[in-house]
Design a protein around this ligand. Sequence first.
Ligand SMILES: Nc1ncnc2c1ncn2[C@@H]1O[C@H](COP(=O)(O)OP(=O)(O)O)[C@@H](O)[C@H]1O
Ligand SMILES: N[C@@H](CC(=O)OP(=O)(O)O)C(=O)O
Length: 439
Amino acid sequence: MKVYKFGGTSVGSAERMKQVAELINGDEPKIVVLSAVSGMTNQLVQLTEAYRIGDSKTVQEVVAGFRPRYDEIIEGLFGDSNFVEGAQAFVAEKYELLGSFETNNFGDEQEKTILAQGELISTNLMQMYLESINVNSALLPALSFMKTVDGEPDYDYITDQVNAVLSQHQDVQLFITQGYICLNENGEVDNLRRGGSDYSASIIGACVDADEVQIWTDIDGMHNNDPRFVEGTEPVEQLHFDEAAELAYFGAKILHPASVLPTKEKDIPVRLLNTMDPQAKGTTISSAITGEGVKSIAAKDGITAIKIRSSRMLFAYGFLKKVFEVFEKYKTPIDMITTSEVAVSLTIDDTTYLKQIVEELESLGHVEVDTDQTIVCIVGQFLQEESKVEGQIFNALQQLPVRMISYGGSSHNISVLLGAEHKVTALNLLHEELFLPVC
Ligand SMILES: Nc1ncnc2c1ncn2[C@@H]1O[C@H](COP(=O)(O)OP(=O)(O)O)[C@@H](O)[C@H]1O
Ligand SMILES: N[C@@H](CC(=O)OP(=O)(O)O)C(=O)O
């Protein structure tokens, strides 16, 4: 069994959906995970915001805005009028549902139900299209097997349920399911957070012991730098699970940060492939350790740096424990940390409890907070005795005000903290220094 995942851009139009159908049609057994058509989840988020503030006009406008997009997709997908009518009736029910919530009684449950509709629409349209071209496939409703408890996948439940549903369709080799959506421990509709379809594919892959998970998107694999900000980036052929996890966590949008773990645990290779160029090699992520030196650079925005300065740190022990306890109390993960004899600097990206954290840290020392920072993360295999990378990084960034550097935490990550306004310059300078030949 293989698990394929197609992102929003890969199902963003009738033409793309037909391309996907061609790619997944074949004898090999497959579970195909689809995202919502590109932009749809953003619009659904906008819709939930309008409901929250009681803005009925925007609610009606957003819902009306769905129609032309899906009309075009349905028209492009189906020749037969029965299928056109069936698909139109299906989306009409969704528009009705999306416009039917009460603004004065709108909470998390309603919000999650709305956010789930994008994936429900794209998968149903794909299933109808496959039927229309006589491809034998079945819809595998994600809400019948994908469950989280305290936000974490319930692997035992998912494994039992997904295998039970699969065994009900012995004559089918091709299954279509929704990414991103799930039920929570209370049986309510929930999701795996934005970009979570990659995570769905990886969880499903682990639960069915897949031979491989393929993530199909609009680019030929993980590039050696962020193609949105740097020109001339190139795909990286091989990455270790840990390298891919670091890149995903530190901003490489092509992969959801949590999606590496389930496949790593089961040692299932993940391939990142391009729907628009299916022959391209892409990137293979596996347990193989390959190559030395820098493989890729990523950047994560929205970082807050906190510095705690205290002369009580001098010759003392237990100070860091007290600092960490504050973050533990507010369930706030720390990304980077550096220390001197009189100060600790660390970064967080979740600022929900920043005020409370700062208040408590002030009892330990003088606290300074810098918002709007970016972590630039350089990933690869760095053999410390031989590595020239540190020198190259200092060289590349010498003109920029670097706020923190984290090196040595692992042999495959060097992280640098800068003000967000320096991100694009830093990515480009590092690219030049680390990847481009010296003329
Ligand atoms: N290092 C990187 N390598 C490849 N793509 C990257 C990288 N960093 C960011 N991206 C962006 O990720 C995008 C693909 O991810 P995403 O938009 O989530 O795709 P999908 O809609 O298929 O889920 C690419 O178009 C690219 O702009
Ligand atoms: N549709 C969801 C889930 C997802 O994974 O989408 P994509 O694969 O297009 O990033 C989102 O936009 O967050």
